[in-house]
Design a protein around this ligand. Structure first.
Ligand code: HEC
Length: 156
């Protein structure tokens, strides 16, 4: 019993170091996330079914729109850069490189626009909070602004 506990604690510790510690490695190493909620490598994380949250049906994603991404970059510089890098390394929150390959677009939009609901009800968001130890403050972006930041993320 005790050995099992020690092992699980070790897995959790290693998992959090890897997941928020950054580096250029892919951030979902096999076995790093022991929770039943974690997706298989390569699959995307979806938002919880809570009323008011953005769903995939609310978003249209085509080819990357450079003008939108440019506007998103400006918002990033002003409101996000203090805590997020565009690389894989963590500052206060996780780096954004490759984020759109790991997370559903709607999930990302909800992290931007509905962070409190997400931290309350989404296991992946809660896991990030455990790793980063800081609650992301709501930056009060409009839906258009959040969508532009998402477009910027698609270029990273
Ligand atoms: C004060 C620091 C801070 C600022 C400013 C901030 N964030 Fe965050 N962000 C975090 C933290 C910390 C997390 C991890 C979740 C948590 O602990 O609340 C996070 C998580 C995220 C995630 C999920 C990342 C992942 O790996 O899945 C996204 C997306 C995100 N933030 C977008 C934004 C955007 C867009 C802005 C600017 C409009 C922004 N954040 C501004 C601290 C910040």
């Amino acid at each position: 019993m005790t050995t099992i506990w020690k092992t699980s604690i070790a897995i959790v510790l290693v998992g959090s170091l890897l997941a928020c510690g950054g580096g250029d490695k892919p951030s979902q190493p096999p076995g790093a996330s022991a929770g039943a909620q974690s997706p298989e490598a390569g699959t995307s994380v979806q938002s919880p079914k809570v009323e008011g949250l953005i769903t995939a049906a609310d978003l249209q994603l085509g080819e990357v729109d450079a003008a939108m991404a440019e506007k998103g970059k400006i918002t990033y510089d002003v409101k996000c850069q203090a805590c997020h890098s565009t690389g894989a390394n963590r500052v206060v929150g996780p780096g954004w490189k490759g984020l759109v390959t790991k997370r559903e677009p709607a999930w990302i939009m909800n992290m931007i626009m509905n962070i409190d609901v997400m931290l309350e009800s989404d296991p992946e968001a809660q896991k990030l909070l455990e790793e980063c130890l800081v609650r992301m403050p709501n930056q009060n972006l409009s839906k258009d602004e959040a969508r532009e930041v998402l477009e910027f993320m698609r270029t990273l």
